[in-house]
Write a protein that binds this ligand. Structure first.
Ligand SMILES: [Ca+2]
Ligand SMILES: [Ca+2]
Length: 304
């Protein structure tokens, strides 16, 4: 009787051990599979980025316009070739925000120039004569700017330079951010790699950082993920993607909010993905909101 009981205990013990061992094994297999998927996504992004870079060079050669131009206050801009992309998050990305769906084809029909960096405080001060930022630093991005402030900056810069500067549309912004990539970030899907490309909640120490300290994307744009979230030209409607036209979507005709993109120093890695859309009322000035500037090509040719 006693030996039977001991045997029962022993068998139960072995069974439990087996189950724990099995659980560990399953977890290890899952971790391995996830790692492999992340590596695959990183390789895919690298390949897509290389192709996009080649396209940028081709565009520069065929239009005889430089890949990089600068204006009189030394703001730098990169050439963004015309092209098509899938805007938003695919169905396969099951934890993506509903505002980033449905994923849909968008065509950017004209090449344009986009700021290499977020507009800095020094640049903003030169044009607007003031610096409203909370986190002071000449080469830090300007923040605490309303959407109207950003538009006013573009207007005054246009007058100063004799060319048209403007905010990018939301579609132009995501197209430029992705730079050919179809992954969640411009380097793949792994949030652990974001530290190389962005200032977000995890590494920002609760503030903005000088622009251009992290790695750029394939088209040479810095801080598209994180640092400050960036105002776009469009009104914001959470369901706009269902009705968006394919060619150069301009956003809804009117709404209560404006679009912000890319997440900021204040956001989690998940909020800094290429596809995520934010809507902000246009008037408040927030320390996590700044902008970058676009310029149309015909206005920025060197022989103009
Ligand atoms: Ca995801
Ligand atoms: Ca940014």
């Amino acid at each position: 009787m006693k030996s039977q009981y001991v045997r029962f205990l022993l068998v139960s013990f072995l069974l439990v051990c087996g189950m724990i061992g099995c659980g560990e094994k399953n977890a290890a297999i899952e971790e391995g599979a996830q790692k492999a998927a992340m590596e695959e996504a990183a390789q895919k992004a690298a390949k897509e980025a290389t192709a996009a870079q080649e396209e940028q060079e081709r565009c520069s050669q065929s239009l005889r316009t430089p890949i990089e131009v600068a204006n009189s206050i030394e703001m730098k801009f990169r050439l963004i070739p015309a092209g098509e992309f899938m805007m938003g998050s695919p169905e396969s990305d099951d934890d993506a925000a509903s505002v980033s769906r449905p994923q849909h084809k968008v065509r950017i029909t004209k090449p344009f120039y986009l700021g290499v960096y977020e507009v800095t405080q020094a640049e903003y001060e030169k044009v607007m004569g003031e610096n409203p930022s909370k986190f002071k630093g000449a080469t830090n991005p300007v923040e605490r700017v309303s959407w109207d402030d950003a538009v006013e900056f573009c207007k005054r810069l246009s007058t100063k330079e004799g060319k048209t500067y403007r905010l990018p549309t939301e579609a132009e912004w995501e197209y430029a951010c992705r730079a050919g990539t179809t992954t969640e970030y411009t380097f793949g899907d792994d949030p652990a790699s974001l530290v190389e490309y962005a200032w977000d909640e995890g590494n920002s120490d609760g503030k903005t950082h000088a622009v251009g300290e992290k790695k750029p994307n394939a088209w040479g744009l810095y801080d598209m993920h994180g640092n400050v979230c960036e105002w776009c030209a469009d009104w914001y409607a959470p369901d706009y993607y269902a009705v968006s036209p394919t060619d150069d979507p301009p956003g809804p005709q009117t709404a209560s909010h404006r679009v912000g993109r890319g997440g900021s120093w204040y956001d989690t890695a998940g909020n800094c993905v290429s596809s995520l859309r934010f809507g902000f009322v246009p008037s408040p000035r927030s320390a996590n909101l700044g902008f970058r500037v676009a310029a149309d090509l015909s206005d920025t040719k060197p022989d103009d």
